[in-house]
Design a protein around this ligand. Structure first.
Ligand SMILES: [Zn+2]
Length: 208
């Protein structure tokens, strides 16, 4: 198996494919959720779609979902939609893949409602915030920013081995490049990195 890509948007790639709203279920594993930018005033019907899709055995996580200060959707509606998705994840005992833009403290507050693991995807913030979130039990998935963002590299260097995943997200880059960079920063062999990620997947309940 190649390097596990925790979150991406390309059907042809392996790893966890992020399903779009109302898209047909793929043959491989995927995550499903309502992205904050896609929330409709009639969120209830979206949730009905999600509930049905999420029961599929190939659906390994709920998300990406969360809070985003830069989208037009009303923040209270975003919070309500996020909370409903956390409850669904609790019910199905599947982890949540979080999309968060400038709402970290609110996501932190909402974690009290989750009894499943929560993973910030595309995490690209500094150690101060990263450490705070790590102490509260969150996981992280790192992507393209790891290649260049020096502050992020510093956080990644010390993030506990049992706390992270790697992803390409929507970037058209090879996941191998992210793994190489991650191995270099953490001073690990690529094989060991693969093993660590495998173990972390199991820890959050994703068996591949
Ligand atoms: Zn994404």
């Amino acid at each position: 198996m190649g390097h596990f890509n925790f979150h991406h948007h390309f059907l042809a790639k392996t790893g966890i494919y992020n399903l779009n709203f109302k898209e047909n279920i793929p043959d491989s594993i995927f995550s499903a959720g309502i992205h904050p930018k896609d929330i409709l005033p009639d969120f209830k019907s979206q949730l009905l779609w999600l509930k049905k899709i999420a029961e599929n055995k190939n659906c390994v996580a709920i998300g990406e979902c969360g809070l985003d200060s830069l989208v037009e959707i009303n923040l209270d509606l975003q919070k309500e939609a996020f909370l409903k998705q956390i409850y669904l994840a609790n019910e199905l005992q599947k982890p949540v893949i979080i999309h968060c833009v400038r709402q970290f403290q609110e996501v932190l507050r909402m974690k009290q409602f989750a009894d499943i693991p929560m993973v910030f995807h595309g995490f690209n913030k500094k150690s101060t915030l990263g450490n705070q979130l790590s102490e509260k039990g969150f996981y992280f998935s790192f992507g393209r920013s790891l290649l260049q963002n020096v502050d992020l590299q510093l956080f990644f260097k010390y993030v506990p081995l049992e706390k992270f995943f790697l992803e390409t997200d929507a970037a058209e880059i090879d996941i191998d490049i992210i793994y190489q960079k991650a191995a270099e920063i953490k001073d690990l062999k690529i094989e060991d990195l693969n093993e660590i990620i495998d173990k972390n997947l199991q820890t959050i309940g994703i068996n591949i």
